[in-house]
Ligand binder design. Structure first.
Ligand code: S3P
Length: 429
């Protein structure tokens, strides 16, 4: 059903959000191969993280869900069993890329695939290092899902990532858990480090020096009780709405503030955004805190080089902020955006145009002049959760009622998004 969005005057209230998607996937996978029970509080409600839980169940792991608490009864690194059918990663790049590292080391063969969008996403980036480790993997046309993984004994490697990707880093580290000896991953720029933090929490022997991570194979991983912070990438939509709508005052509690993710807040502060961070604490190695956001006039800015990698999931909603900013926004070095759930450079530009907002498209980014107005329009998620949510925020700022087709895609990371948004907005008329 298309979602209609009316303009809002302001956004106010205090919320907590579902658990971080990246952390949820990692905790679920590691808990599944740890010895003993893990209790994961505030597990992501998104469909992607449930694709991971279902895949672990299909591999013989006992997984219980009590609301947003997930209990995983791990039986050790060698307890997974051959699934009865292909594994379905749904829309989730994280599930297929990260889990493949574990599947590559199993004494059985697995096929893993996903939906139409996932089936177009490149897997060569994980196939290459896993093959170097001795895994046998084939893919449709040599690089697309489904993947056929014939697991076996793996060798450790010293691998330099050709693209900054936390999913690929994680895949290699997960495979390295099963290899005898030290596996080393070298990163061109530091991607999110939830895997390193999580592996340590479960007891792995891992050393990090600048952008080099080394992991000793065959550790003893032990089940843990872990609390997952609110997802900062989901919070980004509400933060931008609060900045743009005059008179807004929003509190978001328990948000993940891992420094490899919180570049978003530095970038916004640099633009002049009024965001206060309080109540910061460390939960199982991950920082979390409360954000207090007030509407602000923002200057605009440039996202390029390593900042692009650090903000990659927030770029769609930052494009919206940029169009309404004083000086506009320029996004470069973002070729990776073209191979996300959709080609996000194209889908952002298309929806902006439908709203009468000018945007120049480059092969690796966008330039969006500032001080533009959003006109009510018929928008499309193109099946991409972040596009649905980013344009819901643009629609709140528009001059009339907009419609978002395929808005249900939001459930991939945040099924309660529209409900939460509705509870915070004061209508403009
Ligand atoms: C993620 C890493 C990023 C990000 C994705 C989640 C992760 O992808 O875009 O939403 O949890 O590791 P890449 O690894 O492709 O950069």
């Amino acid at each position: 059903m298309p979602q209609r969005i009316s303009p809002a005057r302001s956004i106010s209230g205090s919320i907590a959000l579902p658990g971080d998607k990246s952390i949820s996937h990692r905790y679920a996978m590691i808990a599944s191969i740890a010895q003993g029970d893990s209790r994961l509080q505030n597990y992501s409600t998104g469909a992607d993280c449930h694709s991971t839980l279902d895949a672990m169940r299909a591999l013989g792991v006992r997984v219980e869900e009590h609301g947003t608490e997930v209990v995983i009864r791990g039986r050790g690194m060698d307890s997974l069993r051959e699934p009865a059918a292909s594994l379905d990663a749904g829309n989730s790049g994280s599930t297929i890329r990260m889990l493949s590292g574990i599947l590559a080391a199993q004494a059985f063969a697995t096929r893993i695939g996903g939906d139409e969008s996932l089936s177009r996403r490149p897997m060569g980036r994980i196939m290459e290092p896993l093959s170097q480790m001795g895994a046998c993997i084939s893919a449709r046309d040599g690089r697309f899902p489904p993947l056929d993984i014939r697991g076996g004994r793996l060798r450790p490697i010293d691998y330099t990532l050709p693209v900054p990707s936390a999913q690929v880093k994680t895949c290699v580290l997960f495979a390295g858990l099963y290899a005898e000896g030290d596996t080393t991953v070298r990163e061109p720029v530091r991607a999110r480090d939830h895997t390193e933090i999580a592996l340590r929490e479960f007891g792995a022997d891992l050393r990090v020096q600048s952008k080099t991570i080394s992991l000793m194979g065959r550790p003893t991983l032990t089940g843990r009780d872990l609390a997952i912070p609110s997802d900062l990438s989901s919070a980004a939509f509400f933060i931008v709405a609060a900045l743009l709508l005059p008179g807004s005052h929003l509190t978001i509690r328990g948000v993940g503030l891992n420094p490899t993710r919180s570049t978003l807040l530095d970038f916004l502060a640099g633009m002049g955004a009024a965001i206060r961070i309080t109540e910061v604490e460390s939960r199982n190695g991950e920082l979390a805190g409360e954000l207090v956001v007030s509407s602000s006039s923002v200057r605009g800015g440039t996202i390029e080089k390593e900042t692009t990698a650090a903000l990659i999931d927030e770029i769609p909603v930052l494009a919206i902020l940029g169009a309404a900013s004083e000086d506009g926004i320029v996004i470069r070095d973002a070729g990776e955006l073209r191979i996300k759930e959709t080609d996000r450079i194209a889908t952002v530009a298309e929806n902006l145009r439908r709203m009468g907002v000018q945007a120049e498209e480059f092969p690796d980014g966008l330039a969006i002049p500032g001080r533009q107005r959003f006109h009510a329009a018929e928008l499309d998620s193109f099946g991409d959760h972040r596009i649905a949510m980013a344009f819901a925020i643009a629609a709140l700022c528009a001059d009339g009622e907009s419609t978002i087709h395929g808005a249900g895609a939001a459930s991939v990371s945040f099924p309660e998004f529209f409900e939460t948004l509705g509870s915070l907005t004061a209508a403009s008329r």
